[in-house]
Design a protein around this ligand. Structure first.
Ligand SMILES: [Zn+2]
Length: 140
């Protein structure tokens, strides 16, 4: 896509620091890292979100992210843990609309984390879980 920054990186029209590239995906350093070593794994073919992503490519993204996480842990970069994160849609804080999987090295008290709402601590009734599960099962 002409106006997609990740497509531009993949085509060599914008600078990127690549770690890996194959026929289905590429991994490169995030230019706005949460922590040093933060990288992204993206499909080489433009896909906006999960619904547009070929499932085999999605599996390959995860496989590559798993390999990148192992490399991070072995690299000497501070990495006591790893988060894999994919934002699918604006409401989920997706900012670049070319699907991408974040691989984020983590360490204690690094200041990064998910913010849970206040109501997070309220236990959910089993009936509500069953109702939600039924809504999901209906469209599986
Ligand atoms: Zn793109």
């Amino acid at each position: 896509m002409a106006d997609c920054i990740f497509c531009a990186l993949l085509a060599g029209r914008a600078p990127a620091t690549f770690l890996h590239r194959d026929e289905r995906c590429a991994a490169f350093m995030d230019i706005r890292p949460v922590n040093p070593g933060h990288l992204l794994v993206v499909p080489t073919t433009h896909a906006v979100g999960l619904a547009d992503l070929d499932p085999d490519t999605g599996a390959h993204l995860f496989r590559t992210a798993q390999r990148m996480a192992a490399a991070l842990r072995a690299s000497g970069i501070r990495c006591e843990g790893v988060n894999l994160f994919l934002a699918d849609g604006k409401a989920a804080n997706q900012e670049v609309f070319h699907a991408h999987l974040h691989v984020i090295p983590r360490f204690r008290r690094d200041g990064f984390g998910f913010k849970f709402p206040m109501r997070y601590y309220v236990p959910t009734r089993r009936a509500a879980l069953e109702e939600n599960a039924e809504q999901i099962r209906r469209v599986l």
